[in-house]
Ligand binder design. Structure first.
Ligand code: PEP
Ligand code: MN
Length: 341
């Protein structure tokens, strides 16, 4: 961090001011410019409040050289992180050359539905099963998910197929119910629910953190930082489309988020082409684009009867379409020097 003092601030005043900054191992270097003194802060400045410094009467300008996130930053952790969970007969991975393919319905609807879809996506080669039990719906009159009953059915499908499961936690009061869930999803609408993030930081469960509808990449990484500051480093970042001016697609898939996040962070990055586009016919193209852009996996909605789905049928692939997509993704993975477990 660089702090430019106002013109006319004396060396003595600058030194006195610098004393307040010398904590938590931060060193302060002085430079005398033509018109002003400039301070260079060396050390971990992530806890230094730049806005407060800007308000100081002796300070002209504060420039952050280093990103405000530390634990999520690739700078301090050059090797990529792989998130691993136990699966039948070994582990299922996301990152480190393994593409994590998560597939399943938007919502768990019945035992037959979830078990049938779980079997189909497993056969096609998915390594994780998704399915919402607690659904964040825009309208309070829309299907809200089966709740605890849905979670039980999802866990039955896990038992039947051996696929680890991914499902959304909307409120921390439900955390106890998620004991057998393999990856906890924090949905786009909860990306900045800091109470939820803090609690999940204390949990040892992997978290699939979806980018907020209008969140910057720095905000997404700061949300990851909340989890990591609490001690949980098993995080998967997910680009799922953002709000923009066009409404041809449900959201606008920010494919450039993938290389940007991979450059800035060591955490694995996956893409959700289903919620990004809202259109099932576009999902395969965007899933392939995600892998070509360097993503560590995709999360795709699959339904055995999209027309009758209680939620997001229009963006759900049939099992047959998903199986075809998997054939393509294996080839894309190959080109990228990666594989699908
Ligand atoms: C979901 O994955 O079921 C979901 C609701 O996604 P998002 O939070 O990205 O809208
Ligand atoms: Mn959905």
């Amino acid at each position: 961090m660089i702090i430019a003092m106002k013109e006319g601030v004396s060396r003595g005043e600058a030194e006195q001011f610098a004393e307040t900054l010398k904590k938590d191992g931060i060193a302060v270097h002085f430079s005398q410019g033509a018109n002003r003194i400039v301070l260079g802060l060396v050390g971990d400045t992530s806890a230094v409040n730049g806005e407060n410094l800007m308000a100081h009467h002796l300070v002209e300008k504060v420039i952050r050289v280093q990103e405000p996130y530390k634990r999520a930053n690739r700078l301090f952790h050059p090797a990529g992180t792989t998130v691993e969970v136990l699966a039948a007969g070994g582990t299922a991975k996301i990152g480190g050359g393994t593409l994590g393919i998560i597939a399943g319905p938007c919502s768990v609807e019945s035992r037959e539905q979830i078990v049938d879809i779980a079997r189909a996506v497993k056969k096609a080669g998915a390594s994780f099963l998704r399915g919402g039990a607690f659904k964040p719906r825009t309208s309070p009159y829309s299907f809200q998910g089966l709740g605890c009953g849905g979670l039980d059915l999802l866990l039955e499908a896990k038992k039947e197929t051996g696929l680890p499961v991914v499902t959304e936690l909307m409120g921390i009061h439900h955390l106890e119910l998620f004991a057998d869930v393999d990856i906890i999803q924090v949905g786009a609408r909860n990306m900045q629910n800091f109470t939820l993030l803090r609690e999940l930081g204390r949990s040892k469960k992997p978290v699939l953190l979806k980018r907020g509808l209008a969140s910057t990449l720095t905000e997404l990484l700061m949300a990851a930082e909340y989890l990591m500051a609490g001690g949980n480093s098993r995080i998967i970042l997910c680009e799922r489309g953002i709000r923009s001016f066009d409404n041809y697609t449900r959201n606008v898939l920010d494919i450039s988020a993938v290389p940007a996040l991979k450059k800035q962070s060591h955490l694995p990055v996956i893409v959700d082409p289903s919620h990004a586009t809202g259109l099932s016919w576009m999902v395969p193209a965007m899933a392939k684009a995600a892998v070509a852009a360097g993503a560590d996996g995709v999360i795709v909605e699959v339904h055995n009867n999209p027309e009758a789905a209680l939620c997001d049928g229009e963006q759900s692939l049939t099992p047959a379409a998903f199986s075809l997509l998997m054939d393509s993704l294996r080839k894309y993975a190959d080109i990228e020097g990666k594989h699908i477990s």
